[in-house]
Structure formats: structure tokens, C-alpha cells
Design a protein around this ligand. Structure first.
Ligand code: SER
Length: 320
């Protein structure tokens, strides 16, 4: 049972919702949210601190002061933005991870770090990509993720640190926007369909990628961190899957609710090459067997929920 949690990078795509979710389970005071910049929402119902994840002394001080036993390191530049500045992506993604691993080692904390479908590359099997297979990613984002997975296992093996990780599909949420990812289109498409009945997609029409709805993401984080360690054959990192689609398939699903929705394309060559290098669909058997992963959301249910939640909010914004 987790008692005192530190979230690093709490203002990002996963953190802004995971903070609230963890506070609901473990108590507001037991989840310390931190980010490099002020995040108003996160300070409202629990402790929040400004923390530069690249400052090892500051990270160690936060862990010590709050008697932390579990760290969620959610710091990352995503795939498309990483390609614009690979040196910075490596520096931020690996710097935050190394500081998290070292502080976890020194203070005996458990550590969760997200990995991604982006950890795979063009040589990985495309369909039902196995848990253990060739990786060889061709983006700096993926190279950081694979390195992070290896380092996580290294710290577990060498120092006995309880490191755990999930290879997340593209994450879709009705609250938080992603920033700079290749899968961002699958979030933007809902907003634009509701507001303008039209969306111009940067990813080619026929590319399949794994996607997941935020409620399944939040539950997966807790279920993995609460899993019985004796059942875990793997640690860093688990394939999970719940839905896989192309832009055409998600558009067809949206048209069941918004029949005049028009999907156009202006393909971004960087996003095209990244998306074509990633798997079509992951095999999540190991996560199911080792810690009971079982997704609750598929594309039809998620689409219905996104449109139900977003429509009144976007209408209110447009009149307000
Ligand atoms: N959503 C991420 C991205 O597109 C993948 O992990 O970069």
C-alpha cells in the first residue's frame, strides 16, 4: 500500500489527472504534486511545489522533506516535439529519469515511469507486437524510452529498487491536452468535430496506432503499482492495449454522432514517419497475466463519452 507519493512533472498530460485520481485513493495530503511551473489546479486540494526535475539536490530534498515512499516520474518531451530538438529531449527525459532513479535508490522508494508504444521501431513486429521483442526505435523519444526501460530493470536487478513501468498507447482525455505527440490528432479531432464539424489531420489516413482512454490509464497506474511483486515477471515495461484505429476509423465513429463531420488531411512528414515506425497493435497478454490488466473502454464507448462531456463545455465556451 502506497503511503506518501511524489509526482514529478504533475502539470503534464498524465500528471494533471493522475494527481487528482491518486489523491482520491490515498488522501489529498499524501500526494505531493510538483512541476517546473505553477499549476493552479493541482495546488487547490493538496500539496504542490515548484520542482526542477533536472536539479538532483532539489528532487532529493523534496523526497526527504515529505518522507516519500513512491515516486511517479512523469517528465517527458513527446515524440514530435523531440524530433525538433533531440539534444534537449535527451537532456530532459533522461535527466529527470536518472535523478528519479538515484533518489529512489537513496531513499528506498518505489518508482513508476511511463514508457510508450514509441519505444518500438520499424523492425518490431507490427501486429500484436509482443512484450519481449526487437525494439530499435528511430525517434529520440523512443530511444529515451528504451534506455529508461533498461535503466529501470538495471536498478531493480542491481539495487533491488521497485521500478515499474507501462508502455502507454496514445492517451485520449476530455480534460488535458497532450503537447507535441504523434497521437495528439486523436484528441484534437473530437474538439474540432464538435466546434467546427471539420478537422485537418497531420497523420496519414491508413496508419493504425494503439490508443487508450484516460480512465483506463489512471486505473492501470494504480493497479500496476499495487500489484503483488512476486507475480511480476516483467517490470520495465508492460505492453497494454485497449483500442487501435486509423484516422479514418475514428472519423467514422465520430460520424455516428456528428453525421456531417469532415476529415481532411495535411500530412506532416515527421509525424508520418514516426507513426509508420510504431506498432499497429500491441499484445498485452503479459500485463493481463501478471497484474490483471483489463481495459474498460473501447472506441465506441470512448467516443460517446468524449462527445457527451465535451459538447456542453465547448458550447458554453463559445457563447461565454
Ligand atoms: N503520445 C505519445 C506521442 O505521440 C506516444 O507515447 O509522442
Amino acid at each position: 500500500m502506497m503511503k506518501k507519493i511524489l509526482i514529478i512533472g504533475a502539470g503534464g498530460q498524465i500528471g494533471s489527472e493522475l494527481t487528482t485520481y491518486l489523491r482520491g485513493i490515498y488522501g489529498d495530503a499524501n500526494v505531493v504534486a510538483t512541476d517546473v511551473r505553477e499549476c493552479k489546479g493541482l495546488a487547490e486540494n493538496g500539496p504542490f511545489e515548484i520542482l526542477d526535475a533536472l536539479n538532483a539536490t532539489a528532487v532529493a530534498s523534496a523526497v526527504g522533506r515529505h518522507h516519500i515512499d513512491t515516486i511517479f516520474n512523469l517528465v517527458a518531451l513527446l515524440s514530435a516535439v523531440g524530433e525538433r530538438n533531440p539534444q534537449m529531449a535527451w537532456g530532459v527525459n533522461m535527466g529527470a529519469l536518472m535523478n528519479s532513479l538515484e533518489v529512489a535508490r537513496q531513499h528506498h522508494c518505489a518508482l513508476f515511469t511511463p514508457s510508450s508504444i514509441g519505444a518500438f521501431g520499424p523492425n518490431s513486429p507490427k501486429d500484436m507486437t509482443p512484450q519481449d521483442t526487437i525494439m530499435q526505435p528511430t525517434t529520440i523519444y523512443g530511444i529515451c524510452k528504451v534506455t529508461g526501460e533498461l535503466l529501470g530493470n538495471y536498478y531493480a536487478l542491481k539495487y533491488g529498487i521497485d521500478t515499474r513501468s507501462i508502455r502507454f498507447p496514445g492517451i485520449i482525455s476530455n480534460l488535458t491536452h497532450p503537447g507535441g505527440g504523434t497521437t495528439d490528432y486523436a484528441v484534437e479531432i473530437y474538439y474540432e468535430a464538435i466546434k467546427n464539424r471539420r478537422y485537418t489531420c497531420a497523420v496519414p489516413s491508413d496508419v493504425y496506432m494503439d490508443m487508450i482512454y484516460m480512465p483506463d490509464v489512471l486505473r492501470a497506474c494504480v493497479e500496476l503499482m499495487e500489484a503483488d511483486p512476486s507475480k511480476l515477471v516483467h517490470r520495465n515495461s508492460f505492453n497494454i492495449a485497449s483500442m487501435s484505429f486509423t484516422p479514418e476509423i475514428i472519423a467514422a465513429e465520430i460520424r455516428r454522432h456528428i453525421p456531417d463531420f469532415v476529415l481532411a488531411y495535411d500530412v506532416d512528414p515527421v509525424k508520418e514517419s514516426i507513426s509508420r515506425s510504431w506498432p499497429d497493435r500491441l499484445d498485452d497478454t503479459c500485463a493481463r497475466e501478471e497484474w490483471g490488466w483489463n481495459p474498460q473502454w473501447d472506441l465506441p464507448r470512448m467516443t460517446e463519452d468524449m462527445i457527451r462531456v465535451l459538447t456542453p463545455r465547448l458550447v458554453a465556451e463559445s457563447v461565454g
